[in-house]
Design a protein around this ligand. Structure first.
Ligand SMILES: C[S@@+](CC[C@H](N)C(=O)[O-])C[C@H]1O[C@@H](n2cnc3c(N)ncnc32)[C@H](O)[C@@H]1O
Length: 398
């Protein structure tokens, strides 16, 4: 990742001579450390650069992971321009512009945020959770060109491989999302899907809380499936099979019809399946048919911090420990001051499995996320409301 090694210098010139580098919008200094982050505006994007003095007379100027723009060349341009404007003495650099495409650049790659307002190009939708090598996903998409297949995979190299295959095979009906399926389903409209495939999920025998199938996943699946739509689990694990059945027949499950099959041959065999077949393992299919029409998802999410303003000493009152609440957490990880009247808070919050990482910029005039708001999920919203209450009332009740 791009960075510069520079001779350390008096960074307070950034405050005094802001016009020297008009693209730096603020300088924030860490409480209890000499690190700094600088707000930058370039190419229509806002992000942070980190300035870290190191030993041996050098300082590192580099990108910030949380606010990093997708285009690496924009980052390199910002580093180069800031260094030039402030006459920094460069010791070493790796910011030469390159023509390489970002790792996940493809029109078929979608970010979870994209789903907040997206047009679906096909009438029918199906979802595959944890597609791995993608054999089943690609096969289904080829066979059913009138259906959009949304493939969810947390393993980035697998997502990249399948994106390559989509281009090579000339398919136009697959979207790849590199995100946790347990949180993603929330983004889909009610009654929108015909099928949800969960083939050979990791059994997580020792950490069952990490399993994809759970009562809340089942509930969300039944909401997004249309009437007569099916959730299809395929597994080689006896444990997982029985666990899933228990979940599917659990209390307060929406109206469904459950069907079980054993050692059914499918048209396409995944890499995992081929291995289990060689070992002559039993393979179970559990089909859960949705029998009801669901109400639209009615969650109004607003990530504003109405009424929150910086007041002197608030930084002393914020807990530095992670705070765990019912189903979510909030952690104010690092605090930075911008002059005497603004606070920049680096925080993690939301789901334990897929936490959101953001900065919050709080001043005398108001408070906002820097630079983009969180993904619109229920847990993120719960965490947001908790943070707002903490800022307004100092309410730390857990
Ligand atoms: C055992 S592999 C099976 C892959 C493929 N379905 C097959 O049949 O060959 C499980 C896959 O699920 C992915 N995975 C695990 N948890 C996930 C989650 N919460 N959301 C999305 N993908 C997940 C893993 O990265 C892995 O690629």
């Amino acid at each position: 990742m791009p960075h510069l090694k520079v001779k350390p210098f008096d960074t307070s010139i950034l405050d005094k001579e802001r016009e020297k580098s008009s693209l730096v919008t603020f300088r924030a200094t860490a409480l209890n450390s000499i690190d700094e982050v600088w707000g930058v505006e370039l190419g229509g994007e806002e992000f942070l650069l980190q300035y870290k003095p190191e030993s041996k007379g050098a300082a590192l100027l580099k990108y910030d992971k949380v606010t990093r723009p997708l285009k690496v060349n924009l980052l390199k341009e910002a580093l180069g321009k800031v260094a030039a404007a402030l006459d920094m003495e460069i010791v070493s650099s790796n910011i030469a512009m390159s023509a390489t495409k970002p790792a996940l650049s493809s029109e078929y790659f979608k970010k979870i945020e994209d789903f907040e307002n997206i047009a679906y190009p096909k009438e029918k939708i199906a979802v595959e959770v944890g597609f791995g090598s993608g054999r089943h996903l690609l096969h289904q998409a080829k066979k059913n060109p009138d259906t959009l297949y949304i493939g969810l995979e947390i393993h980035t190299p697998s997502a990249q491989q399948v994106l390559k295959q989509i281009e090579l095979q000339g398919l136009d009906n697959i979207w790849v999302v590199n995100y946790d399926a347990r949180l993603f389903l929330e983004m889909l409209p009610s009654n929108s899907c015909e099928q949800i495939f969960v083939h050979f999920p990791v059994p997580w025998d020792k950490k069952p809380h990490r399993r994809v199938i759970s009562p809340s996943f089942l509930e969300e699946s039944m909401r997004v499936l249309c009437k007569e739509g099916r959730l299809e689990l395929r597994t080689d694990s006896d444990n997982y099979f029985w666990y899933a059945l228990e979940t599917f027949f659990g209390e307060s499950v929406p109206k469904t019809h459950v069907e079980v099959r054993k050692n059914e041959a499918l048209e396409v065999t995944s890499k995992y399946e081929a291995r289990w077949l060689r070992q002559e393992k039993d393979i179970y299919d559990v089909y859960v048919k949705c029998l009801t029409h669901s109400d639209p998802r009615a969650l109004e999410i607003d990530f504003n911090f109405y009424g929150v303003k910086y007041s002197e000493g608030i930084e002393e009152k914020l807990s530095k420990e992670a705070m765990v609440f019912d189903g979510f957490f909030v952690h104010f990880e690092r605090l930075f001051k911008i002059g005497d009247e603004q606070l920049l808070i680096k925080c993690a919050f939301g789901s334990f499995d897929r936490p959101e990482h953001k900065y919050i910029l709080m001043g005398r005039e108001g408070c906002r996320y820097f630079a983009s708001v969180p993904v619109k999920t229920t847990v993120n919203y719960q965490a947001h409301q908790k943070m707002k209450t903490i800022f307004l009332e100092g309410d730390l009740s857990v």
